[in-house]
Design a protein. Sequence first.
Length: 376
Amino acid sequence: MSKITDIYIVGDNADLSATLKEQTDESFQLHFLTAADLKKADAQLILILNNGETAIDDAQTALSEHPSSSIICVSDEENFSLLRSLNQLGITDFYVLPGEELIFMERLDAVAKEAGIKNELESESSFKRGGGKIFAFYSGSGGTGKSIISTTFAQTLKLESTAKVLFIDLNLHYGGAETFLGMDSSRSIIDLLPVMEELGEHHIRNVSEKEEHSDLNVLVSPRDAELSEKITEDFIVKLLRASKRHYDFIVVDLPVWMDERTLAVLEEAHRIYYLMNLDTVAIRVLKSVENLFQRLGVITQDRFEFVINYKAKENELTKKDLERFASYPVASEIRKDRKNVQAYVNQGEPLRKKSQEKKLPPFSKDIHKWVHSMLK
Ligand SMILES: Nc1ncnc2c1ncn2[C@@H]1O[C@H](COP(=O)(O)OP(=O)(O)OP(=O)(O)O)[C@@H](O)[C@H]1O
Ligand SMILES: [Mg+2]
């Protein structure tokens, strides 16, 4: 839990200022400023010093400039009319120093903690709303589950939250996502080319297909080598930036091969989920991907995470072995679940269709757990 440590102090009162400096230790940073400067500060915890003149005006400024801040008034004498006026403004914390140091410090600490919790909640809910987070699914090896896991991940995210989710299939030559989502599409990303300079939400919405169970927006690949060549790195960057403005989460399924388009997504992504099998071949491929990333300048710090797939007893390596070879965090471990996954794929059905489904197959359950831990 993070406590607020910055205290903004208005009101000229040398004695009270000195007492405050004495009372508060290094755990707080005191910023003395004028009421006019309060406007510019990002103040969440404000102390008003009574100097017999400006306290009410200062309190009004603090309230109007920072309506969600916590405000405490400190005075060097009892003053009932001031206390009453503050009360009318809704400010009920009033302490007289010297004299009430103990309860004042206790209260200051409590208020700082409350403000800290409020901050955390706000940043969490803004993460929930996404603010355009791009999750790229990548791997240096083919058939590691990028497409089926990224589609099920996007589908789960859409079904289990109120977030706006867009899925982009960038396997430009072959596609694949629509098979796992059981969709048949006549439109594709190519249809956005003519409007790439003015790309807005309505364009994306018109060209994307809606998965019928979740209403997930899906931008399908053209599945035509010739058409695919028309999609440039510049277009990809424009598409991702526009998507970020209108969606909370953008899930991108990438092909194995590295070209400037794949690279553009890897650079724009907030998180790269790297699909990993627990065997030595996968480790070797990972090492060459790391080399390639380094040469291309793709930053992995704080955004590269493993997704272990085909987890099973018979795996050649364990998660512990993997951690010995590489230090990236493991976002999720997904069990090998041939029977169920095969059945859904063969029937052309998505692995998730409803929110809060009870009896999920192991594969979908593992992805469900992962998505929930992210949304928490
Ligand atoms: N955990 C799992 N359990 C059972 N089957 C799985 C699992 N993960 C993936 N599969 C199966 O493996 C096959 C390959 O998966 P997928 O197409 O998603 O891989 P990919 O990494 O996207 O491949 P490519 O490199 O060709 O794009 C699919 O048919 C899928 O059904
Ligand atoms: Mg694929």
